[in-house]
Design a binder for this molecule. Structure first.
Ligand code: PHE
Length: 504
């Protein structure tokens, strides 16, 4: 059997986990959602979800990852299996925890490649020339056109997608320590520096008019608290930004040493991610647009679609400043680093599935995974609506479902007593047991409610639509689920053959 790697250093482990969580979710998805749902109205359910769902699930995933990792399993198929006697049903249910990150990375990596492309165009001054005008629409027009042409997709988009796929491939091929950990150790400090720098640039624009943007985001507005859709979106953002309910954190946690303090690791991951989301993420795209284009531009920008907010207004604003093209480069390069360390985390569960469950050698596990990801990524590029359809199902609904399954399985079915033993092993703080009941009880009920809200608010509008593009996207989702389930079943056979061989 191949020996499983473990993170080489504590700081490397924390940076890798932070790199996992910090991504486009923090710098693009969060501002888009905040803008779309009216700033302060979004932020209240957001923080409630952070405490009721985010932190409990984060700790849970670290705990189960450490446990299963010490037994040689890092993908949710193996983790679920390890907790429930490797029964078929456990492994099949666990498949969802490999399918979700896979589906997400299929579009995520495409957006990641835009950031690389736009960084390149900024550096070589190939973005449109900024025009001087009063009307924000006029100023933005050339950048809007540029963005639309680029993502059509233009040949450049395909070239940068290919490069991005190769970069991910290369890093994953180098493995946990020399690949992922090293990338994070360089990437995260750089990301923090660039992020803080750009926050200052944005907030100080137009005589610190950017600060109004912060006021828009953080002024609590309780008027829309009864709107279930805001709750669904806010909690969805918590899952997405913290990389929860999809096995990605648990997979990274499976590479810790057996006595690692996972409580600390979980709290650090959450803290760093929230720092980059509500301080840095909130201080760049929205304040900049506020300062230069005024309040009315914000909802309009967000309507272009989740993740797009930074590709049109930001270059339009930044290139007009002194050293503008370099500022624009820093912005897109920051996004690229953030996205890269996340896409690695989205692919690793698949790699772990092949490696740990099918016992395929590391480099071939990476090869197979990357071929699958490449297919999905090119579909995202060429099939209109593919990206948003995948984000809708895998990036929202599946997370709610799988989050619920995780709490149900690992706390309630596995047994509070058993879970508690793992939770308090080798950690700096022994959480009193009542909190387990309290937190994981509340979060289970909370997710149940979210699921109900989701089905009444979101589902109808989506099921009404049908087109070939959507059929392709949904077909791809179903096919991916079936494939992973098949692997989960097949690998159970293998797993037990191996056991038998080991025994005899
Ligand atoms: N959390 C990442 C982000 O905010 C996305 C991600 C999800 C990464 C799941 C890994 C796993 O962009």
């Amino acid at each position: 059997m191949q020996k499983r790697e473990t993170w080489a250093t504590k700081i490397g482990l924390i940076f890798a986990a932070a790199g996992n969580a910090i991504g486009l979710g923090n710098l693009l998805r969060f501002p888009s959602k905040v803008a779309l749902y009216g700033g302060g109205a979004f932020i209240v359910p957001y923080f409630i979800s952070l405490f009721l769902l985010g932190i409990p699930l984060m700790i849970l995933e670290w705990v189960i990852g450490r446990f299963a990792g010490s037994k040689g399993h890092g993908s949710m198929v193996g983790i679920m299996g390890e907790f429930f006697n490797h029964s078929y049903i456990a492994r099949i249910v666990g498949s969802l925890g490999v399918v979700i990150p896979f589906l997400i990375v299929c579009y995520y990596i495409y957006i990641e490649s835009w950031t690389l492309g736009f960084a390149f165009f900024s550096l070589f001054k190939k973005l449109p020339q900024p025009i001087v005008a009063e009307d924000p629409k006029l100023i933005m027009m050339p950048f809007l056109d540029f963005y639309r042409n680029y993502t059509k997709p233009s040949p450049y988009a395909i070239v940068f997608l290919t490069i991005t796929l190769f970069v991910n491939w290369y890093i994953l091929e180098r493995g946990i320590i020399k690949g992922i950990e090293l990338t994070a150790k360089i990437g995260i400090p750089a990301l923090l520096l660039m992020g803080i720098f750009l926050s200052i640039v944005s907030l100080s624009m137009n005589n610190w008019k950017g600060l109004e943007g912060l006021y828009f985001i953080f002024k609590p507005d309780f008027s829309r608290l009864l709107d279930p859709q805001v709750w669904v979106e806010a909690s969805g953002q918590i899952f997405f930004t913290l990389s929860l309910a999809m096995g990605a954190i648990a997979t990274y946690a499976s590479y810790v040493k057996e006595n690692e303090d996972v409580l600390k690791a979980g709290l650090y991951t959450t803290g760093l991610n929230e720092f980059v989301e509500v301080l840095i993420g909130a201080s760049i795209a929205i304040p900049a647009a506020f300062a230069m284009f005024g309040a009315s531009s914000i909802p309009e920008l967000a309507e272009e679609g989740t993740f797009r907010i930074g590709f049109m207004s930001m270059p339009a604003i930044l290139t007009a400043l002194p050293f503008g093209y370099y500022l624009s480069f820093i912005w897109f390069f920051l996004l690229f680093i953030a996205a890269l360390t996340s896409s690695l985390a989205l692919i690793q569960p698949l790699v772990a599935l092949f490696e740990d469950e099918l016992k395929i050698f590391h480099s071939n596990s990476v090869n197979i995974s990357m071929i699958m990801v490449s297919i999905g990524a090119f579909l995202s590029a060429f099939v209109p609506k593919f990206l948003d359809e995948l984000d809708f199902w895998a990036g929202t609904l599946f997370l709610i479902i799988f989050g619920f399954i995780e709490i149900l399985a690992f706390v309630w079915l596995f047994g509070v007593e058993n879970f508690y033993k793992e939770l308090t092993r080798d950690v700096f703080l022994k959480i009193p047991k009542v909190f387990v009941y309290l937190f994981y009880g509340t979060s289970a009920i909370f997710i149940g409610l979210l699921f109900y809200f989701w089905t009444i608010t979101k589902l109808p509008e989506y099921l009404g639509e049908l087109s070939w593009n959507l059929i392709i996207a949904r077909g791809f989702i179903v096919a991916s689920i079936l494939l992973i389930i098949l692997i989960a079943i097949e690998s159970k056979r293998k797993y037990f053959d191996q056991e038998r061989d080991d025994l005899s």
